[in-house]
Design a protein around this ligand. Sequence first.
Ligand code: ADE
Length: 224
Amino acid sequence: MRIDILTVFPDMLEGFFNCSMMARAQKAGLAEIHLHDIRDYTTDKHHKTDDYPFGGCAGLVMKIEPIDRLITDLKSQRDYDEVIYTSPDGEQFNQKTANSLSLLNNVIILCGHYKGIDYRIREHLITREISIGDYVLTGGELAAAVMTDSIVRLIPGVLSDEQSALSDCFQDNLLAPPVYTRPAEYKGWRVPDVLLSGNQALIDDWEFQQSMERTKRLRPDLLK
Ligand code: ADE
């Protein structure tokens, strides 16, 4: 899978994608993540990516030309399944969205900034608008990082079998059960006996009961 991220702050994302699982996925050839600086697609001498809004309200709006040039350039090289815009007024991102996006081949994610982007970009170039939650970030870069991370880890081969994404929290609309590691006792705090029993059927049952109990208590909305 290939993800092209369009941003005015590629440096914000560089370090994130060069670490841990995201770096491993790229090195293993399972994911390609390309960061593009929208500023490189300006043609004026000040490399302006934003301008004052028509109508006189406060704030700056991202300009249409550099973004259109960049998207057109990418589309001339390959077909894209989705051109996503990160925005607090988009559809809410969740595990189901991550699952379906992880099945695609080529995706563009455009990071918004300032007061937003010229609305014609949303009308003519964007195929999907996604929010990562009901709060406003200064820009879409963190949203692009959050989405890309949760998508890429679902690509077969990125996680090892033991880390399998199938046992993730939310994968079956349940919160994950508690996990423990050695030592089995620390300061008198003991790991539940069942986990040390070696009886897999009992352990599976216990984990399911714990998932149900935690979901009922913490996220009853998931059970509806
Ligand atoms: N840009 C600013 N806030 C955002 C949010 N909550 N989700 C996605 N993109 C954003």
